[in-house]
Design a protein around this ligand. Structure first.
Ligand code: GLU
Length: 313
């Protein structure tokens, strides 16, 4: 089956090696099936994601030879492709959830949410207690005079189980392991969890390739697909790239960005090294994305996080 994959970068700076590896695998996985790639710019957080970064990102992907078929500034039939321009779509699906009685306002402050007594997820984020779910209409009206609420999605005591194309079976109990989650922030910005589901469904995406840090977001997203009567794509989560000291790579910490890499290496040298890290090539020799199509297989890619060797980049 020819798949429709996607690049879904958040343009809050130059891409780092982890973003590049993710783009490469998404491209290989979709193209190997004879499929297509959609570019969607995840700039929900408008302040952190100015347009110039999105434009830079397009130039970087093109330079690497990771071309897409639809989306970004090139446009296409399922646009707009910038999340900052898709509020109308998000409202439409948000209202559907409201009609199903799944949405309620939450007035908790950051400090309340992060209280030491709150149960926490494995990654340290607090599991919401559901305290605002029981507010009366009068209490909600009173609270609204003080501050605008975030809007949360109620979750049932239901275990979501799915088979990730790379990581295998993954399960999570929505109530115990996750809790009611935010659909819209108190400043009116829609949350990633809702936006990504609406966008992937509306853009006809059949295959989602992304970092393992989002594996535990997937049950929430599958729940939204179910509630909205939309078909979920196949998910593939790839291992994270870690710095030599074991930290996760991040744009903020100034980890090897494409800017630094471009001054030292050609595009095929970067692609070849990434393919080597991902187990696709036995040696870090230069390669073009197209040349990897005949050798790529998900079974080559490790499941554990990958620590960057100090002599590779
Ligand atoms: N925009 C997210 C990122 O750049 C990816 C979200 C996704 O792939 O679902 O990390």
């Amino acid at each position: 089956m020819s798949e429709v994959g996607r690049f879904a970068p958040s343009p809050s700076g130059r891409m780092h090696l982890g973003n590049l590896l993710c783009s490469l695998l998404a491209w290989l996985s979709a193209k190997q099936s004879g499929g297509r790639i959609v570019l969607r710019i995840e700039d929900l957080d408008r302040a952190r994601c100015p347009r110039k970064y999105a434009d830079q990102l397009e130039a970087d992907l093109q330079w690497l030879g990771l071309h897409w078929d639809e989306g970004g500034s090139q446009g296409g039939a399922h646009g707009p492709y910038y999340q900052s321009q898709r509020d109308e779509m998000y409202w439409h699906y948000f209202k559907k959830l409201q009609e199903k009685g799944l949405v309620y306002p939450c007035f908790c402050t950051r400090a309340q949410l992060h209280a030491a007594s709150a149960p926490h997820r494995e990654d340290g984020t607090p599991i919401y207690s559901g305290i605002c779910k029981t507010l009366s209409t009068e209490q909600v009206q009173q609270n609204r005079l003080q501050r605008s609420p975030a809007m949360r999605c109620k979750v049932p005591d239901q275990t979501i189980c799915f088979v990730d194309g790379h990581m295998g079976e993954y399960r999570e109990n929505l109530e115990k392991d996750c809790g009611d989650f935010v659909l819209q922030r108190s400043d009116g910005v829609f949350a990633y969890q809702l936006a990504v589901v609406v966008d992937d469904a509306c853009m006809g995406i059949t295959q989602v390739v992304r970092g393992a840090d989002l594996l535990d977001s997937t049950p929430r997203q599958i729940y939204l697909y179910e509630q909205l009567g939309l078909k979920a794509p196949q998910f593939y989560h790839l291992p994270l790239l870690l710095a030599q000291d074991g930290r996760r790579l991040s744009k903020r910490d100034g980890d090897v960005s494409l800017e630094q890499l471009q001054s030292k290496y050609t595009a095929p040298e970067i692609i070849g090294r990434l393919a080597y890290l991902a187990g696709i090539l036995a040696k870090p020799e230069p390669a073009k994305p197209k040349e990897l199509l005949t050798v790529f297989d998900w079974s080559m890619v490790p499941k554990q996080d990958i620590r960057l060797p100090n002599d590779l980049f």
